[in-house]
Design a protein around this ligand. Structure first.
Ligand code: GLN
Length: 457
C-alpha cells in the first residue's frame, strides 16, 4: 500500500481518497465523511516527515471504518436509527492501534443495522451497491467497507465477522477479507453482536497488506478478556508442499456452477504447484446454520438490551411513561431484522424452550469444533466457497429471511469453531460478477493462511 513519505504527502493520499469517495457517492458506501479530521491528521504527518521525525508503518494511509467501531470521530450508528446521535467517548482498541501507526480514517461505512444481515439491505440508511454491478447487493454485513476497497477509494477497510460479514462481502467484490482466529484482535470498542463469535477483520487488495494490518492490530488487550496473547507476530510460516482439504459435503447442486468451477480451477493450480488435495467428509457442518441462528440471536438479544432510549442515541419523544419510552424507542429504532432476532433470541432462551433449542445448539457447536479438529489432523488448510452464490439482485432476498440466512451456510461454522478464514478472489462469472473462495486453517494459523494464499494467485 502507498504510505506517505518524502515523495508523496499524506495530504495528497487523503485528498485523492476523499475525491474518489465523492466520485462514487451513488454507491452509498459511507455514512460519514471525515474530511476535516482526516486532512488535519494528514498535515500533522507531513510536518513530521518534513522535520525528519519517525512516522508509523501506516503513515498517511487512508482507510474506511465500518460504522460499528467506536471512535471520537463522527457518530457511531451501526447503521441503526436507535444509535443516531451517539457520539462515542471512547475509541476501539483496534482503531487506536491503526491510528498510532499513522492510518487516517476518511469515512465510516454502511452496514446491515447492528451487523445483522448478508446484503447491507438492512441498513437504516439504505443499501450499498455492488462494485461490479449496481443492480446487485454488496454483500453484508460489512458491505460499505468491501465496496470502498474494491472501488479503490481506500487502501483498506475494517470489518466485523460474526458469521461471514467480512468474507462474504469480500468475495462479492473480488478482494481479500480475513476473519482471524477468535480472540486475535481486541473487540473492545466495537458494537457487540454475538460476543462468542464476533471477530474484527480487514479488507485489502493484497495478502501483503493483510499481513501488515494483522501485525499492527493483533494482540492481547486488558480491556477484552477474550483476547489471546500475541501469537501473530511470532508465527513462522513454513513454505513447501501442503495438504489442502476440500469438503465433499459442499460439492452439490445447491452451489452455483461457476463457484464450483472456480474451486476446481484453484484445486488444479494447487496440484500443479505440488500440493496434495484431500477430500474431506465433514457431516457435522450441516448443523452449522441452524446452530448459528439459535446461538447468535440468543447472544445478540442480551447485547441489544442496553438500547433503551436512555443511554445512547435516539429516544422516542412521544411516550407518556417510562415503559412506553422503552417500547416506542425500540420499536422505532430497530430495523425489522433486528426485532426478528431479538424475538428469536428471547424465545430460545426462555425457560420452556432452553433445553430444546439453546442447549441443543450448544451441543451441535461442540460437534462442529470437533469436526474441524479432526479435519486439521489430516490437512493443513481447507479450501471452500464462501457462499453458495455470487452477489444476488437487490431486493431478491430481503423479504425472505430464510433465503437470506441460507446464503451463510458456508461461512458460519468457522465462527462457531473460532477458526480463521481468508476470503480470496477467485475470478469472475461470465456476467462479470466476482467469485470468492475461503482458505480455512486451524486456530492461530492466520499468518500461514495469508502466506499460503499467495499460492492461489
Ligand atoms: N450474515 C450473517 C448474519 O446475518 C453474519 C453477520 C455477521 O457476520 N455480522 O448473521
Amino acid at each position: 500500500m502507498k504510505v506517505a513519505n518524502k515523495k508523496v504527502t499524506a495530504e495528497r493520499l487523503v485528498r485523492d481518497a476523499l475525491e474518489k469517495a465523492k466520485h462514487f457517492e451513488d454507491y452509498h458506501i459511507f455514512t460519514f465523511i471525515n474530511e476535516e479530521g482526516a486532512l488535519k491528521k494528514a498535515r500533522e504527518i507531513d510536518q513530521k516527515i518534513a522535520r525528519g521525525e519517525k512516522v508509523g508503518r501506516l503513515a498517511g494511509v487512508p482507510y474506511a471504518l465500518k460504522d460499528n467501531f467506536l471512535s471520537t470521530e463522527g457518530e457511531t450508528t451501526a447503521s441503526a436509527h436507535i444509535l443516531q446521535g451517539f457520539n462515542s467517548p471512547v475509541t476501539a482498541t483496534s482503531v487506536a492501534k491503526l491510528e498510532a501507526e499513522g492510518a487516517i480514517m476518511i469515512g465510516r461505512t454502511n452496514l446491515d443495522a447492528f451487523a445483522h444481515g448478508s446484503s447491507t439491505e438492512n441498513s437504516y440508511f439504505g443499501p450499498t451497491l455492488n462494485s461490479h454491478d449496481k443492480q446487485r447487493v454488496a454483500g453484508g454485513s460489512s458491505g460499505g467497507s468491501a465496496v470502498a476497497v474494491a472501488l479503490d477509494i481506500v487502501e483498506f477497510a475494517t470489518g466485523t465477522d460474526t458469521g461471514g460479514s467480512v468474507r462474504q462481502p469480500a468475495s462479492f467484490n473480488g478482494i481479500y477479507g480475513l476473519k482471524p482466529t477468535y480472540g486475535t484482535i481486541s473487540r473492545y470498542g466495537v458494537v457487540a453482536m454475538a460476543s462468542s463469535t464476533d471477530c474484527i477483520g480487514f479488507f485489502t487488495k493484497t495478502p501483503e497488506d493483510m499481513d501488515l494490518l494483522m501485525s499492527v492490530a493483533s494482540g492481547q488487550d486488558s480491556k477484552d478478556m477474550t483476547t489471546l496473547p500475541d501469537y501473530y507476530n511470532d508465527s513462522v510460516y513454513k513454505k513447501g508442499p501442503a495438504k489442502v482439504g476440500i469438503i465433499k459435503d459442499f460439492d452439490n447442486d445447491s452451489v452455483h456452477p461457476e463457484i464450483r468451477k472456480a474451486l476446481k480451477n484453484k484445486v488444479e493450480l494447487l496440484k500443479s504447484k505440488g500440493h496434495e488435495i484431500i477430500e474431506l467428509e465433514m457431516p457435522a457442518l450441516k448443523y452449522g446454520l441452524a446452530a448459528y441462528y439459535i446461538l447468535v440471536p440468543a447472544e445478540l438479544c442480551s447485547n441489544l438490551s442496553r438500547h433503551d432510549g436512555i443511554r445512547y442515541g435516539f429516544r422516542s419523544e412521544k411516550s407518556k411513561d417510562l415503559d412506553a419510552l422503552y417500547e416506542n424507542t425500540r420499536n422505532e429504532g430497530f430495523m425489522p431484522e433486528n426485532k426478528r432476532r431479538i424475538m428469536i433470541g428471547n424465545f430460545v432462551l426462555s425457560s420452556g424452550f432452553y433445553d430444546a433449542y439453546f442447549l441443543k445448539a450448544a451441543k451441535a457447536r461442540t460437534l462442529i469444533v470437533q469436526e474441524y479438529a479432526r479435519a486439521f489432523s489430516k490437512v493443513d488448510y481447507i479450501l471452500t466457497p464462501v457462499s453458495p452464490n455470487p452477489a444476488f439482485k437487490l431486493g431478491e432476498k430481503v423479504d425472505d429471511p430464510v433465503a437470506m440466512y441460507l446464503e451463510d451456510v458456508m461461512s458460519v461454522s468457522l465462527n462457531l469453531a473460532g477458526v480463521p478464514g481468508l476470503a480470496i478472489p477467485a475470478g469472475e462469472t461470465k456476467e462479470g460478477l466476482s467469485l470468492g473462495l475461503q482458505l480455512v486453517g486451524p486456530r492461530r494459523s492466520d499468518k500461514a493462511l495469508i502466506e499460503f494464499s499467495k499460492e492461489l494467485i
